[in-house]
Design a binder for this molecule. Sequence first.
Ligand code: 5GP
Length: 192
Amino acid sequence: MNFLEERIRKEAIILSQKVLKVDSFINHQIDVEMTRKIAAEMKHRFVNEEITKILTIEASGIAIAVVLAEMLGNIPVVFAKKSPAVNNSDDRYVHRAFSFTHQQYFDIYVSKPFLNSDDKLLIVDDFLADGQAMTAMLSIAHQAGAEVAGLTVAVEKGFQPGGNELRQQGYHVESIARIKSMNAETGEIEFM
Ligand code: 5GP
């Protein structure tokens, strides 16, 4: 077990068979030292790539992305925003996605000036589950003509299909903690 897996075992709360709560160090309160360790491990896993920019999505990906961006030489961080679906405008790259938690469509978007075909992106998030957030960011990256060096998350729930589908599509996906199974009744968490 690595440092993040140990912390998850110690502090995470299994809300249901699919939702893991890590509010004490990632999603509500942020442990900066832990964020540094996660970012350092992400940097190590993409050490051979010349990354020019990080793309993440609001809100919880931002903290990890900022610390990682500093480690990669103060490269810019762009975070995709989420808004209720409206008419598309020409000045944004937009990917429309259905939110199961909100039961409505959201537009995930980045303003065009912040991404372009010279960029080589590392896409970062806190969690990877079904892959909706990553798919939206990949769509935005491709609309901009940017190159994608890879995708990285703090926690991958490996029993949901997102990570493996993205790997099958040929993307380099790195998760710092990869959960094989979790049991809401016993509180047990197994890692891959
Ligand atoms: P996906 O789009 O891959 O299904 O889910 C990833 C997104 O949903 C992440 O941006 C993350 O914020 C949120 N998410 C998915 N599953 C969990 C979970 O178990 N715990 C937390 N805290 N966030 C999750």
